[in-house]
Design a protein around this ligand. Sequence first.
Ligand SMILES: Cc1cc2nc3c(=O)[nH]c(=O)nc-3n(C[C@H](O)[C@H](O)[C@H](O)COP(=O)(O)OP(=O)(O)OC[C@H]3O[C@@H](n4cnc5c(N)ncnc54)[C@H](O)[C@@H]3O)c2cc1C
Length: 376
Amino acid sequence: MPQGLGAANAVIIGGGPAGAAAAILLARAGKQVVLAERAPGPHHKVCGEFISWEARPMLEALGVDVSALGGPAIGHLRLTAGAGIIEAPLLHPARSLSRYAMDDALLQQAQAAGVQLLRGTAVTGLERRQGKAIDWSVTFAGSDRITVPAVFLATGKHELRGWPRPREAANDLIGFKMHLELTPPQQAALAGTVEISLFDGGYAGLEPVEGSVSNLCFLVDKAVYAACGKDWPALLRWLALKAPLLGERLAGARELWPRALAVYGIPYGHLAAPVPEEEGLYRLGDQMAVIPSFAGDGMAIALRSGFLAAGSYLGAQGALHYHRAARREFRRPVRFASWLARAAAAPAGRRAVFALARMAPALLPVLMGATRVPGR
Ligand SMILES: Cc1cc2nc3c(=O)[nH]c(=O)nc-3n(C[C@H](O)[C@H](O)[C@H](O)COP(=O)(O)OP(=O)(O)OC[C@H]3O[C@@H](n4cnc5c(N)ncnc54)[C@H](O)[C@@H]3O)c2cc1C
């Protein structure tokens, strides 16, 4: 265990965008911060890798330049359901960037700001200690321990033992992700565009990321995966039947990883509540709020939660203040996106969205706007 841990003001558990944002801001304000990230180095994560126009300025404020890292501009949305296709410009230009590059760039900024970064170190336990004030005892893998007045829980989709999010929001969707090299004509057709395909039992997103790489990320009901014999090529064939444009894009594409990444049981719609007995515990990112993935704003929520939490901590307003402020900001976009996801899951809902968007193309950007979280 590195020296100086005993003097830390705060421990941050998890080095995704939420944890990294809070760590950078606290360290820049002169706080001694320990950030534990269980992965030993840069790694891929299940994510559409769409960087919204709210997320990008926050990344820049944290020292991460998405364009300099090779993240292409995304100016258009192409929405498909069966053979139907609608296109619209995005409200504001967005970007895309692999999580492999983005999360690592954030952690490098954290280290440069003076954060004590423990890579390859999982936190295995968290206990509340009640003395004159509440303290938090954090146990690292290998059983080293530290007691601090503030903990930032930023473990994303992973639950920390003893501190799970409520189970009721979890669903039966499985998220898959694969990086691909499309054929040159399909790369040209996808340039500058995020394509979202809606179908019974889920939805898929495809967009270019760095260089000649495209990111395919989709959610399907676990019953669909079972019906495909839990077989990846069979699942892709099913996807191509349900989403013909996506099938066209994927024809002849080269998969860049030996196997797809997968995640299950994401609690869409989750919004953490303030808990008076948990003063000093700040839930960030997906631990604070989970917006349906098609909104492409989970990272903006994660980053924004880091800014809000750091602000409440540095302003001595505390975790309760933070949770109230975060709930106020995230409630509307999370609820609206959850309602839209439910509507789009039903054939009649998809038909209605398509019919309306055809009659009034300006509606699509309006719907997109309603799923946005405020920027910094
Ligand atoms: C299918 C899908 C598609 C998505 N597409 C998009 C999109 O296109 N755009 C967008 O903005 N958002 C998207 N999201 C949402 C986005 O990925 C998340 O909201 C975002 O990653 C949350 O950031 P975070 O920092 O809270 O968690 P994460 O990014 O998950 O980071 C958590 C970190 O904590 C670490 N960790 C976990 N447990 C421990 C432990 N015990 N000790 C130490 N470290 C630990 C993990 O290794 C991980 O690095 C998508 C999500 C899904 C599921």
